[in-house]
Design a protein around this ligand. Structure first.
Ligand code: SF4
Ligand code: SF4
Length: 148
């Protein structure tokens, strides 16, 4: 099985993670999308210059921050989480979602991912990690795959 996590340096010190469709190590259990308050700088909203997160799916929580509807108090599902576990605004999800990896830099599983799956009664799983770099094939960064 080829399970890959795409690592995308943002250029300002942050790292975004993307998944490779059917090769994704994320099972789409949705635990992370129905646990946290999914908050982010309001400049990411599509009502702001350069923003892209659909503002009709967000709630302004402070003068400068917004969160995905449904997650205002935490412990509830994000409005964009579909019943099939996929994100309905994947290409326009906020930065906080892009910064949540399945694998950590050292190759271990994200402990928050593991913790949330247990908390939500979802069976543990052991995704296979493969290692390769295809920086030239990805315009935004490198693809980091790994194998156990
Ligand atoms: S908790 Fe982990 S496996 Fe489940 S959707 Fe989030 S990242 Fe994917
Ligand atoms: S915007 Fe998408 S990825 Fe982010 S919490 Fe909501 S459903 Fe999950």
């Amino acid at each position: 099985m080829n399970e890959a996590q795409i690592v995308i340096p943002t250029g300002d010190g942050r790292i975004y993670y993307d998944m490779t469709g059917t090769d994704s190590p994320c099972t789409g259990c949705g635990a992370c999308c129905r646990h946290f308050r999914v908050s982010f700088y309001h400049g990411e909203l599509d009502t702001q210059p350069g923003g892209h997160v659909p503002s009709d799916l967000a709630t302004q929580i402070t003068p400068f921050r917004a969160c995905m509807k449904g997650t205002e108090s935490g412990y509830d599902r994000c409005v964009a989480l579909q019943t099939d576990g996929l994100c309905s605004i994947y290409e326009h999800r906020p930065s906080v979602c892009r910064e949540f990896p399945v694998f950590m830099e050292d190759g271990s599983l994200n402990p928050e991912c593991v913790r949330l799956r247990i908390l939500h009664g979802i069976p543990a799983w052991k995704p296979v990690r493969k290692t390769a770099e295809h920086a030239s094939q990805h315009p935004l960064g490198m693809i980091a795959e790994s194998s156990s």
